[in-house]
Write a protein that binds this ligand. Structure first.
Ligand SMILES: C[S@@+](CC[C@H](N)C(=O)[O-])C[C@H]1O[C@@H](n2cnc3c(N)ncnc32)[C@H](O)[C@@H]1O
Length: 364
């Protein structure tokens, strides 16, 4: 006969075993995907090498070395997950790796398609993956109200989280919506392993409509919000001088800014108005968010042509503090971005290759 104690022990044991099994499948899929990405980076490196673009080849090989380090960590350094962990599915060892206050993430040249290039300011899916893995558990809901071309959507798919998002520009939204099927069509193995109940509720809409869309769709409460709004109207401000990246984009026929829409937060010229409208938007999401949900909002301080820095990330944090608890900031660094020789040879103008990933928590 089974005593109640041994029964509960056994059921606990088998539920842990189930979780272990699920983790093994998750890691196998992730490793498979990362191996594919590594191969692409290696091929890009070899190609540059053959074309005697040694600087580019060196960048690709450095990227490969970083990726290999990450892959090694994933494969070997899992540590133990405890049931007391209510925030994520990570072990103690992995947890530490996610709490250092800065992270270096660059896009993978091999996976940057024409559609991705066409968007003036997307973040790499691996950046969103890194944070989503820390702030949520598998199967939870992630929101991105400024979805762009869907880097968060792809990261949710990779980490097996559900995703709810809005994007104003129909061209970007269409790409975000087709992004997952494109990945699946290329990778049959991933198609077999994807959980049937994973959902992506993503809409071509003004983020101001997110609450009603969320209600109409009966979307569950959101566990984590990660997004990067337009950095004020910076894309519309010419930097002048040496040919800027933006000017080069125009020559290649790529989008220079997001849209001409009056609803686009990138078209609000008055800085005070931009900061207060953006804060109001996030406050309007409170009913969608779980009571203690975290929000990560990625911004950059700006330096327009007049040379005076506008610390919009810091100012925004101060606005938001009135409504949410400001917990911390992560600094996202880009190590392989084009560096211009701005200001040379008279004036200090930096290459701004870092962004503030501000972490707030839905209050009390
Ligand atoms: C910095 S980008 C986000 C890029 C995104 N993280 C990605 O990786 O693709 C900001 C996005 O906000 C969108 N946007 C601007 N105003 C909006 C609004 N009112 N509602 C929804 N999206 C908006 C822009 O079209 C742009 O794609």
């Amino acid at each position: 006969m089974t005593s109640p104690d041994s029964f509960s022990f056994r059921s606990k044991f088998s539920s842990e075993e189930e979780k272990e099994k699920a983790l093994v499948t998750q890691y196998r899929d992730l490793l498979h995907q990362k191996q594919g990405e590594l191969q692409k980076t290696l091929q890009a490196g070899l190609k540059s090498f053959h074309e005697v673009d040694l600087a580019q080849a060196a960048r690709e090989f450095r990227k490969l070395a970083n990726d290999l380090k990450l892959l090694e960590k994933l494969a070997t350094d899992k540590g133990n997950h405890t049931d007391r962990n209510t925030l994520n599915d990570l072990s103690g060892k992995q947890w530490i790796q996610h709490t250092k206050s800065w992270v270096v993430v660059d896009g993978r040249p091999g996976s940057i398609t024409k559609e991705i290039k066409d968007h003036p300011a997307s973040f790499p899916p691996s950046l969103a993956e890194f944070f989503i893995s820390y702030f949520t558990k598998r199967g939870q809901w992630v929101m991105d109200p400024f979805m762009g071309i869907g880097s968060t959507v792809e990261a949710c798919f990779t980490t097996q989280r559900n995703c709810f998002g809005t994007e104003l520009n129909p061209k970007y939204c269409e790409f975000a919506q087709s992004r997952i099927s494109k990945i699946l069509n290329k990778d049959k193995k991933r198609k077999e392993n994807i959980p049937k109940d994973l959902q992506w509720n993503i809409f071509n809409s003004d983020a101001r409509n997110a609450t009603s869309l969320w209600q109409d769709q009966n979307t569950p409460p959101i566990d984590f919000l990660i997004t990067s709004p337009p950095y004020w109207n910076m894309l519309k401000k010419s930097r002048g001088g040496v040919k800027s990246v933006l000017k080069q984009r125009v020559e290649k026929g790529l989008d220079e800014y997001y849209s001409e829409s009056q609803h686009d937060y990138g078209n609000i010229d008055d800085l005070a108005g931009y900061l207060s409208q953006l804060t109001d938007l996030f406050v309007s999401f409170k009913p969608l968010l779980k009571p203690k949900a975290y929000l990560m909002i990625i911004l950059q301080n700006c330096r327009p042509k007049d040379g005076e820095m506008r610390p919009i990330a810091w100012d925004f944090a101060n606005h938001m503090k009135e409504h949410f608890i400001l917990r911390q900031e992560f600094i996202w660094c880009q190590d392989q971005k084009f560096a211009g020789i701005w200001g040379y040879p008279t004036t200090y103008v930096s290459n701004v290759h870092h962004h503030y990933c501000l972490v707030f928590q839905n209050s009390r």
